[in-house]
Ligand binder design. Sequence first.
Ligand code: PMV
Length: 325
Amino acid sequence: MQQATARAGANIALVKYWGKRDQRLNLPAAGSISITLAGLETRTTVTPDPALTADRFVLDGVEQPLARVGALLDLMRELARETVACRVESDNNFPTGAGLASSASGFAALVVAAAGALGLELSKRKLSELARLGSGSAARSIFGGFVEMAAGQRDDGADAVAHPLADPPDWPLEVVVAVTDAGGKAVGSRDGMNHTMQTSPYYRAWVDSVGDDLAEARSAIAGRDFERLAAVSEHSALKMHASMLAARPGLVYWNPATLACLHAVRALRAEGTGVFFTVDAGPQVKAVCRPGEGERVAGVLRGQPGVREVIVTGLGPGAAEVPGS
Ligand code: PMV
């Protein structure tokens, strides 16, 4: 056993995941397709320490409750037949409190670092399965570039794992993140999903339609067809939000700046710029751009009323241990 450090990039879904078929194992009700980002990263160090009586988890310098981090460590210690307590130190390189989801990069980095620290040699498939227990979207950050997550059919979740569709150099799209709210407390994805499942009359229609979107996105990615990927991605994002809006009470994640960015992206596309939007369970807008168009799109989004910060990045690699750490 030894200290190990891993890094993992955040990812954003183009075909969204929203709803579970099993709560305990975090099994998704449908598949999803995402891109892993280069610029927004979590770096996590796991240090097994026999002097500790319990695990500790420090995020961006602040001690946190163990919650799902502790549960994942328990499971991984069981796999390694170990009992040692661990110190987990995790840092995000993107502004904390910017309302950007960090659970995907966080849990992906955690399982890779914990595997290294506990001496577990695990396949990426197994790492993806473990990361999923922390957060559904984290299963995708194990891989880089374009990634598909399977809903799976098994009750134990062994087939609810991600796999890569294309590497970043195969189609180096750029991504512009427009931060429209620096830290407003939204309803978290776990609660938002459950609320939608329980109360939205559109939830079933949403789940039933994801299969067609996955097929369309897969084929657009294989053919590097930006227009088709743009159409299906905006459709998936808006349809997910429609299911949330129809919950009781409805979940409204957008603010006026969110909507201004959506219209700005569509106006840019109408003028011939290769760009489309997606929005997750929060008010930030992610604009996915053809290679070379990121800076231009960033300039336009920066000028939208209410936009506080714009981050330009690209596609990045999957989670990995940092050598020599
Ligand atoms: O993995 P979670 O529980 O943070 O849920 C992610 C939900 C969305 O970000 C809205 C969609 C997605 O597929 O990432």
